[in-house]
Design a protein around this ligand. Sequence first.
Ligand SMILES: [Zn+2]
Length: 470
Amino acid sequence: MNHPIFRFFGAVRNVTGSKHLLEWRGVRILFDCGMVQGKREKSRKANLHLPFDPKEIDYVLLSHAHIDHSGALPILVREGYRGKVWCTPGTKDLTAVLLEDSARIQEGDAEFLNRHRKEKDPEIEPLYTLEDSAKAIQRLRSKDYYQPFELEEGIEVEFLDAGHIIGSAEVVVTLKEGGREFKIAFTGDHGRKNMPILRDPDPLPDVDVLVTESTYGNRLHPDEKTMEKDLVQIVREEQEDGGRLVIPAFAVGRTQNLIYLFGKLIREGKIAHIPIYVDSPLARAATSVVANHLDDLDADIQKMIKGGHDPFHFQDIHFTRSVEESKALNRIDHPCIIIAASGMCEGGRVLHHLLRSLPRKEDCILIVGFMAPYTLGRRILEGEKQVHIFREEVKVRCQVRTMNGLSAHADYRELVESLKHLAGSAKKCFVVHGEKDASYSLRDKLLKVGFSEVTVPVEGERYDLMNGGS
Ligand SMILES: [Zn+2]
C-alpha cells in the first residue's frame, strides 16, 4: 500500500490556524483551514502566506465552523484552491454565517486602522473581503453524519458527531488499496458529555492513525455545579456593585450556552431578573442555524423546543441589531450583562464594551473561554494593568474573573476517557491544537493508557504514517 504522509501546518504547539495536510497517492487532502489569531502583524503574515500552494490541494474536509478552523478558507480560494469543502449540513450553514461575519470584521478593522493611520504609513488591505468569503462559501458541500462518502476511488470519508458546536464532526478517512484498508481519524475539536444543547461526542471506531486536539491537555474543568455557583456569585456581585458584566464570547456555541444557562438560573430563582444584552448580530443568525438543525441537538432540548419553550428567547434577553443599538449599551448605567463577540477580544463589538468597562472599578469582565497567547483577551486574563484598544491606551481597573466550566472542549480526563479504547488499534497518534505544555501533557497521558507511539508534531515536518519518524 502507498504510504500516507501527514504534515501539520497550524495548531501545532498552539491552538489557532488549524491546517493538517494528508497526502496519499498524489492526492492532497487538507483537514481544516483555520485563521491564525494572535499578535496582529505576525498573524496577518501567517494568514496571508499559506504554507502550501492552494492550487495543489485536491480536497478540504472541515471539522467545524469555528474561525480558527475555517477562517482561512477565503484566502485558500482566493489563492487558487479550486476544489470543494466537505462538512456536515450544520457546519455548512454556520460556516457561511461565520465567514461573512469574519470578512465584515476584516473590512471594518482595515477601514478603522486606515482612518487612524499616520500619513507615512502604507494603506492596510483587509485580510479578505466579503467577496472573497462569498467565493469560499460557494465551495461548501455537505454530507450528513454517519453517511460514508467517496472523495474519489479508494478514499472514503465519514463524519461522526464531535459534540463541540452545532455541526461539529470527528472526521474519519478510510484509504483503500489492494484489499487493504487504512483508517485515519481527526477529532476536530472534541466536545464533552452531558453538556446542554448538544449531543455527546461519538466514540471513534478503531483506526490506524489518530490525530487529536489537546486544548485542555493539562487541565480539568470544574464540575457543572461549581460553575453554576460561580456564575450566580459573579452576577449577584455585579447586581450589588451596580456595574456591568461584560462577557467576551464566541458568538456561536459559547453564547448559546450562556443564554441557556442564564435562562435556567433565572427560572430557578437563583439569580434575580437582569437585562442580558446579546450584542452580536451573529448570535441571532447562529440561533436560527441551531433551530434549523434540531436533529443535531440533544434529547432534552429537542423536547423543550417541541414543547413550545424557547431556551434562547425569554423576558430578560435582548438581541441588539444595529451598531447604534450596540453603542447605546455604553450609556446604560444600571447593572446588566453584555455578551459580545469576539471570544478572544481580537475584534468585533466587544472592543467598544471593553473600552468602556476596563477602566470602571464597578464593572467586571468575565472570561469564559480559552485565550490564545498575545490576544487582548489573554492580556486581560493575565492581569495586565494597561492594554491597547484601537491604538488607545486603556487602564484596566475593573474586576477580571474567569470561568472555565463552560468550555466546549473536553478536558484531559474526558479526552483520555473517550480515546483510550483506540490504544490497541492506533499505531500512531498525533497531538495537535494545544499549547506546548498541554500537548505534551496529553501525550504522556495517552502513553500511560497504552498508546504505543504518540507524537507532538513539528510544524511543516513530513510524517510517514506507515513508517517511524519523518
Ligand atoms: Zn472549535
